[in-house]
Design a protein around this ligand. Structure first.
Ligand code: SAM
Ligand code: SF4
Length: 498
């Protein structure tokens, strides 16, 4: 073995800290009970009208559903009842998040990876993958385009698992992104919240990420089904350890990172099982830490270069089932943010909005270095998979505005301590809505003035007028202060929030 592979082997062998699994399992099994979940799926019959009514009432009261109730929703076949559930899902979203939608951009910082996930274009055994990790200068360029030209305020930064993308690199790259400040038409643009999609980390490493000010920490379990997990992730790899991954969020909470994002990669196993897995994971976090997931993601398996699984999996999820799973997750974990990405087509993204999605990406480029190099087209050897929707942020915001939705660039929550349990309680009781409404209008004003095309501005002004009118009527006590901030923003001041 040469020096390089020896040091890589050593690095890999130190990744998993068994003590930080046993801390939660006591050395035994984990909280995903495959047999019970399979039984629930196979033995639960279609619910009657009364049962559906009771379950929907619970969701509307912003209470997490039990696994049994979730299985009942998954068993609904009647088309009218399904349509009723879709309407209820949207009502829950409106109750918790009103007409707001949040946008972000993914930023892939490196695609080196020691793992060999069968479905991923970045896996170590993909010989054609062109590997790259962004330098500080390249990160500044990418963040500069995102914050200064497109107008994003939130990013999700994505890392492979490799010494080149280790915790020190993560810290440096996040600090670099927060340091970018670009002049815009009337003010300046900055990335104000960096969410992280990274491999499972130790508590010590997560403390370091908390200290640089990350937003949400996301780790997708990929599949909750133990034996499928084993097949997809070779056992000699770091990712081969199911429990190290499953308890990532426990470690995050113990490190003081209390906005966490769950997810499953839909298409590896029965989608209904994965829905129960996500709900079971939410229960576990609520029970242990008093807080559930800040967001849930449900990427669908996309074709990836040199990956047979992505093309042949018998569990690939069709559009109809995909929309159903969105509805059921919305109802089962009513307070959580729900993210749909540009993997999906414009049609599916549009339909998902009617079922309670709260966050989406736009102007997305997932090739490493793809934002500053506008000439680079989608290229399978440089990116993980191909995108289904390449529309710009401006186009998306216009569509939202035409549907009466306001795009919120608010990132105030985590900057003034409204995270974790605090935000969860505010969401459950509808109080977060007050701050969010005010901040959505202020940040949307900024974006319109700095970045909107004429057509999008016209649609956006109509939404702003309606929102301001509502604030005047519903929140008279804060209205004077709000309107003062609003006018100051119109005059070029930035980043004023409640
Ligand atoms: N390397 C880290 C990890 O695996 O946790 C984070 C980065 S990884 C690129 C982010 C996510 O991409 C994975 O968690 C997985 O769900 C998703 N992904 C991987 N291959 C995919 C594919 N072929 N289609 C859709 N999503 C995929
Ligand atoms: Fe690596 Fe993540 Fe891709 Fe797996 S999904 S190969 S861990 S980048």
């Amino acid at each position: 073995m040469n020096d390089r592979s020896e040091s890589l082997t050593r690095w890999i062998s130190r990744r998993i800290q068994p003590g930080q699994i046993v801390k939660y399992t006591g050395g035994g099994g984990d909280f995903i009970d495959d047999a019970r979940m399979e039984r629930l799926l196979h033995e639960t019959g279609e619910p009657d009208k009364e049962q559906v009514k009771d379950i929907v009432a619970k969701s509307l009261a912003v209470e997490t559903l039990s696994l049994k109730e979730t299985a009942l929703l998954l068993a609904v076949k009647d088309p009218d009842t399904r349509a009723e559930l879709d309407r209820a899902a949207l009502a829950v979203k409106k109750k918790v998040y009103d007409n707001r939608i949040v946008t972000f951009a993914p930023l892939y910082l490196g695609n080196y990876c020691v793992n060999d996930c069968l479905y991923c274009g970045f896996r170590t055994s993909h010989p054609g993958a062109r590997r790259k990790v962004l330098s500080a200068e390249e990160i500044r360029e990418e963040a500069g385009v995102l914050a200064g030209k497109i107008g994003h305020k939130r990013l999700i930064v994505v890392y492979g698992e490799h010494p080149q993308n280790d915790t020190e690199y993560m810290e440096r790259s996040i600090k670099t992104i927060y340091g970018v400040k670009e002049k815009t038409r009337h003010g300046y643009g900055q990335i104000r919240r960096v969410n992280v999609n990274a491999p499972p980390l130790s508590i010590e490493d997560l403390i370091r990420l908390r200290e640089v000010g990350i937003g949400t920490y996301q780790v997708f379990q990929e599949t909750y089904h133990h034996s499928t997990y084993r097949r997809m992730h070779p056992s000699h790899t770091v990712k081969g350890d199911y429990q190290w991954r499953l308890y990532s969020m426990h470690r995050a909470f113990d490190a003081g990172v209390d906005d966490v994002g769950l997810g499953a990669l839909f298409g590896l196993y029965d989608w209904r099982f994965e829905v129960l897995g996500l709900v079971a994971h939410s229960h576990e976090l609520e029970a242990r830490f008093g807080i559930g997931p800040h967001t849930i993601s449900f990427p669908r398996l996309e074709p990836a270069a040199n990956s047979a699984v992505t093309k042949n999996s018998p569990y690939r999820v069709n559009d109809e089932d995909f929309l159903r799973l969105i509805t059921v997750i919305r109802l089962a974990v009513p307070y959580t943010g729900m993210i749909i990405t540009a993997r999906e087509t414009p049609r599916i993204r549009s339909l998902s909005l009617d079922r309670g999605i709260t966050q989406t990406d736009a102007s997305t480029r997932i090739g490493i270095g793809g934002y500053s190099d506008a000439t680079r087209t989608q290229d399978q050897d440089r990116q993980q998979f191909l995108l289904g929707d390449t529309r710009s942020l401006d186009e998306l915001i216009r569509e939202f505005a035409q549907r009466g939705l306001i795009t919120s660039f608010c990132t105030a929550g985590y900057r003034c301590g409204r995270t974790g349990k605090c935000i969860m309680d505010l969401l459950r009781t509808g109080q977060e809505g007050k701050f969010c409404k005010l901040n959505a209008v202020l940040t949307f004003r900024e974006w319109i003035d700095d970045f909107a095309s004429e057509e999008t501005q016209a649609a956006g002004e109509r939404v702003l007028d309606a929102e301001i009118d509502e604030i005047r009527r519903m929140l008279p006590a804060v209205y004077p202060q709000f309107i003062e901030y609003y006018e100051r923003i119109k005059n070029g001041e930035r980043d004023l929030y409640f």
